[in-house]
Design a protein around this ligand. Structure first.
Ligand code: COA
Length: 432
């Protein structure tokens, strides 16, 4: 069969695909651009006797299966990370987090569950009979295990190189829909963000390989790297600011010991400028998160610096990054993965950076450095895996530091308004 004949034989409508969803199905997805399928998923609700599990975020603002209370017993969403929609919907009870490190999330999930359906948002089928997931990689084991693999081919999806291609022979059905790729611009930087960025920049030597995490602070840090030389990138998430660093020539990967000269990442999320930079760029290499985030792989890089942010930290260096007290806010993501890789890398550094204090919506000012974590807080990064904690007031070394030294170092970079109180609490709790 020619590629065109295969496309024709495999093409279905969304309604035809929905008819294939079994009762109590487990549905996984990768890539982006499958809104058509999910916007109509609720239409099968009447025939379900067991809930359908959707693994991974697939909710749009208008997807009834996810947002409409009348369907919440019929469809549940599980994910290892909460973005805003999952966070907003969590109180309804149809969304639940699966605590997992990102390097292992899909493998550990597939050890327990067999997907009935694996949906891939992809580029159009090319002349060789291949599609590509645009800004992340497919999971090969999920493709092999799923009863049905569906490609939602999207004429607006950009081609990004790496381990992203899938043969049409591995795809059971194709549905075409044009979906613009979601992009967003980073917010403006404050003076505090810039000061934090400058402090982190003093820790990162020219030639280092960097990972920057999710959130405003890692973006600010990248801007402070503009005067660096020969940086490399090995990261979970490719951010907007990384495109700026590459375009400025600050990142060239020339000192990298793994994938020299290549920007290696697990997925990309950010601005249109970032998407434009990644599109058909031979120096960009998307690799599965099982690879990019595996601590043993991270550790093979040259002077690996893992740079992430958090919700709060206690005076001994325990890092809470995914919950506000007991309320799940995001997820572990790869924070532990890249930090653990960095501490096993010669010359590597595990860094957490954040503003020393924030003003809550009710006007109260709080310190992000606490004597003890807020009850219910989830520890994302063990205090054993942190080398430096950075605020706008400086750098608190943690590596091989005793609890007494950690307390002193952290109080020195806490907001001045809270230092006295933190000292009194530390003494009362005998944190030494
Ligand atoms: N106490 C109470 N609320 C706090 C807080 C604290 N100590 N620190 C932050 N918050 C609130 C903020 O006010 C904000 O509230 P809002 O949503 O109502 O505006 C919210 O928590 C998010 O804080 P912000 O600092 O704006 O978050 P961010 O977008 O910079 O992301 C993390 C920060 C920690 C949530 C994010 O980095 C994360 O999820 N990390 C874990 C995963 C990870 O690091 N992966 C690494 C590789 S990508």
């Amino acid at each position: 069969m020619t590629v065109q004949e295969k496309i024709k034989a495999k093409t279905r409508t969304v309604e035809e695909l929905l008819a294939l969803v079994p009762d109590g199905a487990v549905i996984c997805n990768a890539g982006t651009g499958f809104q058509g399928f999910y916007s109509k998923l609720h239409t099968i609700a009447d025939r379900l006797t067991k809930p359908v599990v959707v693994y991974g975020y697939a909710g749009g603002k208008d997807n009834a299966y996810f947002w409409d209370d009348q369907y919440k017993e019929k469809f549940v969403t599980w994910s290892e990370f909460f973005g805003k929609p999952l966070r907003d919907r969590h109180p309804a009870g149809n969304v639940s987090l699966i605590p997992l490190h990102l390097h292992a999330f899909m493998d550990r999930f597939l050890d327990v569950y067999k997907p009935n359906i694996y949906i891939l948002g992809t580029t159009m089928v090319d002349r060789h009979g291949y599609v590509r997931t645009p800004l992340s990689c497919p999971n090969r084991r999920a493709i092999d295990m799923a009863d049905i693999v569906i490609a939602c081919v999207n004429p607006l999806a950009p081609t990004v190189y790496g381990d992203t291609e899938i043969s049409i022979d591995d795809i059971d059905y194709i549905v075409e829909e044009a979906n613009p790729i979601n992009t967003f611009d980073p917010g403006p930087l404050t003076d505090v963000d810039r000061a934090i960025g400058q402090n982190v920049a003093t820790l990162v030597e020219d030639g280092s390989t960097i990972q920057l995490g999710i959130g405003a602070i890692p973006d600010a840090v990248a801007q402070a790297f503009m005067s660096k030389k020969d940086l490399g990138i090995h990261t979970e998430m490719i951010t907007s600011s990384m495109a700026d660093l590459c375009l400025a020539g600050v990142v060239n990967g020339s000192k990298k010991t793994l994938h020299r000269g290549k920007l290696v990442g697990g997925f990309a999320s950010g601005s249109q400028k970032l998407v434009d930079y990644l599109t058909e760029n031979p120096s960009v290499y998307l690799m599965p998160l099982e690879y990019t985030n595996h601590p043993a792989v991270v550790a093979k890089n040259y002077k690996m610096c893992s740079i992430n942010t958090c919700i709060e930290v206690d005076l001994t260096g325990q890092i809470a990054s995914e919950s506000i007290g007991p309320r799940q806010f995001s997820g572990s993501g790869g924070q532990n993965d890249t930090a653990e890789g960095a501490i096993h890398c010669p010359g590597g550094k595990s860094i957490i950076a954040f503003a020393s204090a924030i003003t809550k919506k009710d006007g109260t000012r709080i310190s992000k450095i606490k004597s003890v974590l807020t009850p219910g807080s989830i520890v994302t990064l063990s205090r054993n895996n942190i080398d430096y904690i950075v605020t706008e007031y400086g750098i608190a070394p943690m590596k091989a530091r005793s609890v007494r030294q950690r307390v002193d170092n952290l109080i020195a970079v806490a907001h001045p308004d809270f230092r006295e109180q933190l000292r009194a609490e530390a003494n009362k709790l005998m944190l030494w």
